[in-house]
Ligand binder design. Sequence first.
Ligand code: NDP
Length: 485
Amino acid sequence: MRETLPFATNEVFIGGRWRAASGGQTLPLANPSDGSTLAEIARGSADDVDAAVAAAQAALAGDWGRLTAAERGRLLATMGRKVLEHVEELARLEALDVGKPLKQGRADAVALARYLEFYGGAADKVMGETIPYLNGYTALTWREPHGVTGHIVPWNYPMQIIGRSVGAALAMGNACVLKPAEEACLTALAFARIAEEAGFPAGALNVVPGLGEEAGAALTAHAGVQHLSFTGSVATGRLVQAAAARNTIPVTLELGGKSPQIVFADADLDAALPFLVNAGIQNAGQTCSAASRILVERAVFDEVVARMAQRYRALRVGPALADLDVGPLISARQHEIVSHYLALARDSGLQVAAQGEIVHDAPAGGWYVRPTLVAGVPDRHALAQEEIFGPVQVVIAFDGEAEALRIANGTAYGLVAGVWTRDGSRQLRMARALKCGQVFVNNYGAGGGVELPFGGVGASGHGREKGFEALYGFSALKTVAILHG
Ligand code: NDP
């Protein structure tokens, strides 16, 4: 018998109303821990997207568009408080839907609340400028919402990614249409319920679950959308950017990475060790900013591998609600992708330094893989170049700063990097020379840091979310020059 899930529904949320998708169709949602069907969700269509965009436009022309920045901020702050009241339910939903251990679900729910608090507080603090210009003029700038913003969210961190993109967009006064991933959308639906409870005017937020190639493609192609925010794969990101180009609208793309943590011989290894491993296995490695490459200076290479291996051997993998170190992967397809890389490691004769264990009573239908540490990987090997999106870390040896940089910057991606060294000058040299959007020195925040602008370069995408910077991305600058003599 299926358990009752708080907030779950097989409806779309458009213009403040819950209703069936226009075609009346639904999609099954799987529980990655045992492969069972968890719930049915609406299969939103292009017609539903049309209706959602129209509802968003009506909200902008109506109650939502009339609110002051302070009033929008207050709504977001209220919503943040309500999310905190529902942390346990949200964590459980995310655990069942995504397969993440409960503690990670809790952390994600608290992060969602934090995004809402942060953007609630920031909504009325976005200032324009007055600009010294010609005699007899006053020139000034202000920031306006784009209008209708489309948000396409993946399955790995639904709450956090909704918080960072929808939270910032609402703070700036946009009206949002959200298309969550077909594989995980229960917390997106919960988000809409909580927004309703908090008192957001109808149409400020609309949620259309469905398939990427249907609802997602319809949203990206829609002529009534003025900005797109996308997090997901490089291939789909390119489709989204092409669709945005056809409508000449801005797009923020966050497309994952192959992020390195670089360990120099002078690093505090005791401090580094937990960060090295956790940033690779968090959410079963299905994290855009996972530290999937560990670069280690040769003098301490054997020691670092041995200490990481010790941690790997202690890792326990099992159902999300058992709240172990690692949960299942999201889907059979993701399991296939990760298994392919593990087979490739074996076939290439790479050294598997250690693996974690799947607990004996893990349900047979779940998509479990053993977290795997592969040492001594050549830096051009596929395992060191391609995003695996699973609990697999490669360790690569280097000699000196120049080689560390060459390897670190030697993939198509550039999202996050970590540097472990006690040498202050080197910390700054490395931070400057690394080609990526975020550098952590003597720490590493996979997915963390509501306050810290986040985004990539190269194949990792462009545009920034999180922090105050996101508010600039979710608004357009207008310059006004007044001749008054
Ligand atoms: P996708 O990029 O295909 O999915 C991300 C989002 O885009 C989902 O909401 C998806 O909807 C939607 N989408 C899919 N096709 C279209 C389309 N044509 N137009 C508009 N939206 C669309 O990623 P996958 O889930 O297929 O995962 C594949 C790989 O992507 C992973 O193995 C991983 O490497 C990477 N990935 C990276 C993430 C990151 O955080 N950067 C997050 C997730 C995946 P739907 O789910 O319904 O298809």
